[in-house]
Design a protein around this ligand. Structure first.
Ligand code: PMT
Length: 402
């Protein structure tokens, strides 16, 4: 989502400047082009060399350096970005920009640019709450500029309160949201993710390798594209995406009930979860003891769980349903059968024997089979890119129906 976006990162003089190194690294990883401009005070906290190395380009800070002056560097810098991000933004720099002062490279670039500015303030609580700072923030917001909320906690000065700079991950999420077209606005999408667990006794359970990454990625990108998203999640170790209603469940039956609750009002159901097909016929409410089992083997009788996709496929009416198939062999045959049995619009098959596909990792390799007989074999790609591809396909079906 930030691929090829040009971001000018202004770093001003606060201790939170050390966090900006992580910010640059995250921006570069997400494919953004980054120019760094530091104030003189910022260079007292972190060396420009750090940012030069991480951004792989020259760091700008000297307005009157001979080289900068000859190139009219501040004008060149002002014309490139899609957004100016100032992180950390001190009360001093916020005040200067709000009052039209351009006395260093950063504030001069800001004056010469007409793009929106995203400020990530970082300062002592009293400075942040000072009516002068608040007046400056209000004035800049009225001009269309944006502010990250500050976090609360123990600040570097020892005070406890508001004024902590937003975490780099939060800033990245904000930027991704800002640059994403809201083309799924007005659509209600239910996504299932992760494994389910079926308890044998209070200690043991049956589950599978699903980490939830595929489903969480779809939910997060759908929300960024403006959809109203309900994410029904089995037990996973992931942070819930922002702007998504999360419903935590454990068993396949609980997942079924959660889907039932949200199915009526949804436009799209995407079943990226790996629900357990079977559960123990009898749950033992006491721990099953080894010593009470004399023989070398024991068996647990299993019974079938409901097939959620198949059940809702029968009553889906106008809704779009997307399924996944995790397969090890005969992929085309099994995926095709599942698509028909579950009445899906399309199914995303992943061959979990391939490196980089299926469970746990950040990438997947998928072949998409759709109800019209079309087959699309996709190369290795990030789960985020696959999510965007799936959502583009959903959008196309929605458009063709309206
Ligand atoms: O979570 P990750 O680590 O990122 O891994 C992603 C994934 C491999 C789990 C995902 O890409 C995937 O393939 N999910 C489906 C796995 C699966 O259980 O496939 P299946 O062939 O058993 O089921 C086919 C479809 O029916 C799936 O959409 C499944 O959600 C659905 N199903 C299955 C069983 C059941 N009782 N009810 C269902 O609705």
């Amino acid at each position: 989502m930030l691929k090829d976006k040009h971001i000018l990162l202004g770093i001003t003089g606060g201790i939170a400047a050390y966090k900006s190194a992580d910010l640059v690294s995250k921006l570069k990883k997400s494919g953004a082009k980054v120019d760094v401009v530091m104030t003189k005070a910022a260079t007292e906290f972190v060396s420009p060399l750090t940012f030069q190395t991480m951004s792989q380009s020259k760091v700008h800070f000297d307005l009157f350096g001979l080289e900068s002056y000859m190139e009219v560097e501040h004008i060149a810098l002002a014309q490139r970005p899609d957004i100016i991000l100032i992180a950390p933004a001190t009360a001093n720099t916020i005040g200067k920009i709000a009052n039209g002062i351009a006395d260093n490279m950063l504030t001069t670039v800001v004056m010469a640019s007409n793009v929106s500015i995203l400020f990530a303030p970082a300062m002592n609580t009293n400075m942040y709450l000072n009516p002068i700072t608040q007046k400056n923030i209000k004035a800049l917001k009225e001009l269309g500029h944006q502010f990250m909320n500050t976090g609360e906690g123990r600040l570097a000065c020892g005070d406890v309160g508001a004024g902590k700079m937003a975490e780099p991950a939060e800033i990245i999420t904000y930027l991704e949201d800002y640059f994403t077209e809201k083309d799924l606005k007005g659509k209600k999408i239910v996504v299932t993710a992760g494994p389910t667990i079926e308890e044998i006794d209070p200690v043991r359970f049956i589950t599978n390798h699903s980490s939830g990454k595929m489903g969480y990625s779809i939910a997060s990108i759908a929300a960024k594209r403006g959809a109203e998203v309900v994410l029904i999640s089995g037990p996973v170790d992931l942070d819930p995406p922002s702007n998504v209603k999360i419903v935590n469940i454990k068993s396949t039956e609980e997942m079924m009930e959660a889907v039932r609750e949200h199915f009526e009002n949804c436009d799209v159901l995407i079943k990226a979860a790996a629900p357990s097909d079977f559960k123990p016929l009898n749950y033992s409410d006491k721990k099953i003891k080894k010593r009470e089992n004399e023989s070398k083997s024991m068996s647990i009788e299993l019974t079938k769980n409901p097939d959620i996709a198949a059940y809702f496929g029968k009553i889906k009416e106008h809704r779009i349903m997307v399924g996944f198939a995790a397969e090890t062999n005969n992929i085309e045959e099994y995926a095709g059968l599942k698509m028909k049995e579950k009445n899906l619009d399309f199914i995303v098959a992943n061959d979990i024997t391939q490196d980089g596909a299926g469970f746990k990792g950040d990438t997947n390799i998928a072949t998409i089979y759709d109800a019209s007989g079309q087959i699309e074999s996709l190369p290795l790609m990030s789960k985020d890119d696959l999510s965007s591809f799936i959502l583009d396909k959903v959008k196309l079906i929605l458009e063709n129906r309206s």
